[in-house]
Write a protein that binds this ligand. Sequence first.
Ligand SMILES: [Zn+2]
Length: 464
Amino acid sequence: MKRRAAALLLSCILLGGFADAGGPLRVTGATATNPGQPFVWDMSKPIRYTVDGGPLSVSPGGQVVVTNSQGVSRVQNLFQNWQSVSTTSITYSYAGQISGVGIPSNGDVKTIQDFNAVQGLCNSGTQNPVIFDADGSLLRALGLSPLVIGFSGTCKLDPLAGHIVSALVFLNGEFQDGVNDPNSSNYELTADQFDEAITHEMGHFSGLGHSQINLDLFQSGFLGNCPVDELAGLPLMFPVEFCQSRKSAGLPILAPDDVAWISKLYPNATYSSNFGTISGFVFFSDGITHVQGLNVIARRVDDPSTTQDESKRIAVSVVSGFEFTGNPGQSITGTNTGGSSLGSRDPALIGYYEIPVPPGTYTVQTENLDASFVGGSSVGPLDPPATTYGAYEYWHQFESDFDNTTQKDPPTVQAGQKLSNINFILNQTPPRFDQFEDGKVLLIIPQAPFVFRTSREPWLVRLS
Ligand SMILES: [Zn+2]
């Protein structure tokens, strides 16, 4: 029974793991009415979610630490973080306790059987449940790491219309159980950090993928003491939680990247007067062949009249080829046997990127994705991420395959304006050859180990 439930759950996570993130979590496939579009909820009505009837967190001794009503109001408030973004139309609505066939009458989802019943309701498209795993025991029973704070899964998609039909959020209350034991997996997060993790999962629930910005914070091992300018620009949708809470640093819970992408996916009438677009292509050194899977970041040029560093604070990213399929078996560079049907098959989109930004002047740069961001932590359409030669480069006017990669020509974008052809030509990549010869020579699959930094420090806890 346990085994079966775990398999069901993983299939749900794997559906999310079909990638297409760094912006939208998933993109419509070739059979859709509009291929290559982010999957979004139908916004003709609010997204109705139901919530677990049990406590959000209990101590190892069984004492309730966060009650059900506290948990429910926390969930309601945290959905509001996304809904209250001034340029988005997304709305959510609390539809009461989880209920239905096979669910305990008090709505408390505790066992594998309960979970299967809840997932059944979600898979049938009838309920969008928020599950409280008060002591982490359900997570363990499902065979998942106790270091997972929470996860989100899309249960049902409408692949033709490009709509998310139903989804769920799962929260591990063990991180709020009042016990912090660095010698075991039972770490404690502050309430603000836990709220951020919940809000992160709600971002996935809404259709957002992971984003990578200010990666150096993560790579240089800042744990719980991140510099504020960089923390300000670190997306809430970054795959791993490792800094102090944004709130404790006096920052809003959402970073500019989060605000830009929820607005891009669900724009309201004010979107076009508050955002412009920077777009283009990433090419190999031949200037012709597209590169999929590189992170592209637009950073606001620092305003020297302020003490803050806007280049670290105001940044929005996407992964090149985010609208193209991440399926290695697709017919463009592969043999199209099996695998994900999601993502466009239009070869003109393989290296295309598009970044929504508040009006202003921005440097634009490419970089590799962190090699440890795989599976449930992946960013962008490729999992594992590809690394290529010469990926670290700023855009300037006269891009070539032998230019100075640090030279910058920051374009200025107005509200409602779309800048096109901010194109990168990477330096010193292998010369072009027939694309059907052997794609693996161009895309070097990283040999880096699958790094679970989670066990190193209590601050560093993996999100999914
Ligand atoms: Zn995540």
